[in-house]
Design a binder for this molecule. Structure first.
Ligand SMILES: Nc1ncnc2c1ncn2[C@@H]1O[C@H](COP(=O)(O)OP(=O)(O)OP(=O)(O)O)[C@@H](O)[C@H]1O
Ligand code: SF4
Ligand SMILES: [Mg+2]
Length: 336
């Protein structure tokens, strides 16, 4: 059941941008007379997430999803824009002594539970480390008790504390990652493809645990996935990204029932039997352009069946259409 929020959103990203310096080495630049080169991985992304809700970000590989995730947890400082968390200027605070406290409120779950857990540590150390790092618990018995509770909350046993990561299955390892992320009792979890590395049968278990934890703890999620079936299962709102920008942002039902942006349509039409509106299907076609040399105007125009001259020359603005945000000239002009 949805209720009207009484407070401002917990998460507010405004015009976030991140460019990477991908210039060739200095000597090559001088000899070959090449300028510095920057890759705009994220270019002006804005969204809000209400407390207790899930925003999913979708889009093809390289569209900037993980870069947004890393910006939100403070692993990168944005080259433009800002991120307000609970009304605080997060990136201003990350740089100060208050950064540690803020980091304890925002945690990340990574895609690969094999790579993200230290193989030489027992589970007690893996899950307990954030508690020690943030100075939340110093007593050894209290630490054990807390780690035991965290393991129980993700469906594992306190007896698992003495084991090493290799003694667990992929799904169990991701549960250990979730227990670790929950150690500091964060309010916001940034989940970057948390189930993509898992077998399909195990994915649902982990997703259900995440949903239960969200309900019981009032957690807010940014959930990144390229799997639209998973997104449909977990999200309240969905943002579709293309080459570093959001092209459509809508509540889940609107997005899946009535996708408006041609790229969103293309993604949804690629899912077998998921969408049957009678509208002609447009399967995913063409390649994502080189982000170092993006197309002019609407960067989607080389792949878009509705592109015209305006699309090729002018970048569409991200406009509000009755609560759905879309960046597309054809939608704005009422052509589609
Ligand atoms: N540290 C970096 N240095 C240079 N370029 C980077 C860096 N990190 C990401 N990029 C580039 O930025 C763009 C966005 O990358 P990002 O990892 O955010 O995409 P993604 O949507 O998460 O992709 P995937 O679905 O494959 O995980 C890509 O073109 C990528 O090559
Ligand atoms: S702006 Fe033009 S090219 Fe871009 S998605 Fe809309 S119709 Fe297609
Ligand atoms: Mg990624």
């Amino acid at each position: 059941m949805s209720t009207t929020p009484l407070t401002s959103p917990l998460v507010q990203a405004r015009d976030l941008a991140m460019s990477f310096d991908v210039s060739p080495p200095w000597l090559n630049r001088v000899l070959e007379r090449k300028p510095r080169q920057y890759l705009a991985a994220v270019d002006g992304v804005s969204f809000e997430i209400e407390k207790g809700k899930t925003l999913a970000l979708v889009g093809e590989s390289g569209c900037g999803k993980s870069t947004v995730a890393r910006l939100l947890v403070g692993l990168y400082a944005p080259t433009r824009g800002d991120f307000q968390f609970d009304g605080l200027d997060a990136h201003g605070i990350f740089k100060t002594a208050g950064g540690l406290k803020l980091r304890s409120r925002i945690q990340m779950i990574f895609q690969d539970p094999y790579a993200s857990l230290n193989p030489r540590w027992i589970v007690e150390d893996i899950v307990g480390e954030p508690l020690i790092e943030h100075g939340l618990i110093t007593d050894k018995d209290q630490l054990k008790a807390k780690v035991g509770d965290l393991l129980k909350s993700v469906g594992l046993s306190p007896l698992d504390m003495v084991k090493y990561p290799h003694q667990f299955s992929g799904g169990q390892r991701q549960r250990i990652s979730i227990a670790r992320a929950l150690a500091t009792e964060p309010e916001f979890l940034v989940c970057d493809e948390p189930t993509s590395a898992l077998d399909v049968s195990v994915q649902a278990q982990v997703l259900n645990i995440m949903k239960d934890l969200q309900r019981s703890r009032g957690l807010t999620y940014l959930f990144i996935s390229h799997n639209l079936a998973v997104v449909r299962h977990v999200s309240d709102q969905v943002g579709v990204m293309y080459l570093g920008r959001l092209v459509e942002l809508a509540d889940k039902h609107t997005l899946f029932d009535n996708p408006r942006h041609p790229y969103t349509r293309m993604l949804i039409d690629a899912i077998p039997k998921m969408h049957d509106t009678g509208r002609a299907r447009t399967p995913v076609q063409g390649e994502v352009p080189n982000p170092l040399n993006p197309p002019t105007g609407c960067t989607f125009h080389p792949r878009c069946p509705h592109a015209n001259d305006r699309c090729r020359s002018t970048r569409p603005q991200f406009l509000d259409f009755a609560g759905v945000k879309i960046a597309c000239h054809a939608v704005e002009e009422g052509r589609i």
